[in-house]
Design a protein around this ligand. Structure first.
Ligand SMILES: Cc1ncc(COP(=O)(O)O)c(C=O)c1O
Length: 373
């Protein structure tokens, strides 16, 4: 039996040719292809922003926090449901992550939850556009302005998404993207920051590469601490080929998702995600209440596997990881995040999937939630 994976990168002749060209060019690390991808991403996102590439979204988020001067004694508000990198980067710069609960269907945080978590130590909030669904940013901007907070958008899952008919990334805030292989476009590993603040962008470049500054005559100076977070041109070349195909990929994702919605019915046992204009559908995540069905989640995962379907579990609630329990967090703090963490399943979704694949997944979901399996 061949397994249907929950995701698969769309690599074609364009990417293979692009990699070959760079490898044969004699310049394979950061160079002209990276510059070209930064410009292409800035043009794609719009809003007059500029883009700086990183070797991951984790690096992009960490560098953004460092440049913003966030560190020991500061608190940063993050959602309790995200990939753990969203919180880890806060710890990395010496600040304290403060978690808030999320909505069951959108999995996004909202301004009311953030407002309740603000203290005199709060310096920033990191909204995560979960699975490609934009957070409702307007009330968050108002709150951030009131309390003088940095809004650092974690758009790792949201390349191509829109908020109020503008691309996520065009806000002018620092906005971080991921190009990990699971994402809607990939550079194998890689990330980026979009911003409209020239000084912030200059300082990001320094943090990205050894704290180095160059004058117009090419003399170098080391002006700040910097790491090694640059993206090689081989990866950037893959990104250029992928970006050219991104809108097509996202269109296909939306078509497949419409089929999921047509074939699945929400119930007490099955929670379906929010549909919205501008969603780029990085993932299609549902919750299945395995307790109500008299099953364990491991049992549910096995049923999918037995039917040739691999499903993901994005994500466990971050505050319940051992590292974060050390900050005093525990079971019961964020009930919605905890329910998602226990019951979430990521159904297969990637551009090369067929309608028959969706049908097979939906037949299995329906059989499970109706107790037939
Ligand atoms: C919400 C979120 N933030 C950050 C990251 C980190 O991205 P990267 O793997 O590029 O470091 C991911 C990756 O899955 C993510 O989903």
């Amino acid at each position: 039996m061949t397994m249907l994976p929950f995701t698969r990168p769309a690599i074609g002749e364009e990417e293979l040719q692009a990699v070959r060209e760079v490898l044969e060019s004699g310049w394979i690390t950061t160079g002209p292809k990276s510059l070209a991808l930064e410009q292409a991403l800035a043009d794609y996102v719009g809003g007059g922003v500029q883009v700086r590439l990183f070797n991951s979204a984790t690096s992009a988020l960490e560098a953004s926090l460092l440049v913003a001067g966030i560190g020991p004694g500061d608190e940063v508000i993050v959602p309790a449901i995200s990939f753990v990198a969203t919180a880890n980067v806060v710890l990395r710069v010496g600040a304290r992550p403060v978690f808030v609960d999320v909505d069951l269907r959108s999995r996004n945080l909202d301004a009311a939850a953030v407002a309740a978590a603000v203290t005199p130590q709060t310096r920033a909030v990191i909204p995560v556009h979960f699975a490609g669904l934009a957070v409702d940013m307007e009330p968050l901007y108002a709150l951030a302005e009131k309390h003088d907070l940095l809004v650092l958008e974690d758009a790792a899952q949201a390349i191509g998404s829109e908020y109020q008919e503008r691309k996520v990334g065009a806000s002018g805030n620092p906005v971080c993207f991921s190009f990990h292989p699971n994402k809607n476009m990939t550079t194998i590993e890689g990330g980026a920051v979009a911003s409209n603040d020239a000084d912030f962008l200059d300082r990001l470049e320094q943090v990205r590469f050894h704290g180095m500054d160059k004058d117009s005559e090419g003399n170098i100076d080391i002006v700040a601490w910097g790491g090694k977070m640059n993206l090689p041109d081989v990866n950037a070349a893959v990104g250029l080929a992928q970006l050219a195909r991104l809108d097509g990929f996202n269109r296909r994702r939306r078509e497949l998702v419409q089929q999921y919605f047509q074939r699945l019915s929400a119930s007490d046992v099955l929670v379906l995600p929010v549909d919205a204009a501008g969603h780029s559908w990085h993932m299609f995540c549902v919750c299945i209440d395995h307790n109500a069905l008299g099953k364990t989640r491991a049992g549910i995962l096995s049923l999918f596997n037995e039917h040739g379907i691999a499903v993901g579990t994005h994500y466990p609630a971050i505050h319940l990881f051992s590292l974060y329990r050390q900050f005093g967090y525990g079971v019961g703090d964020f009930p919605v995040a905890e329910r998602i963490g226990e019951q979430t399943l990521t159904l297969p979704l990637f551009p090369a999937m067929t309608e028959a694949d969706v049908e097979q997944v939906c037949a299995t979901v329906t059989a499970i939630v109706s107790g037939r399996l």
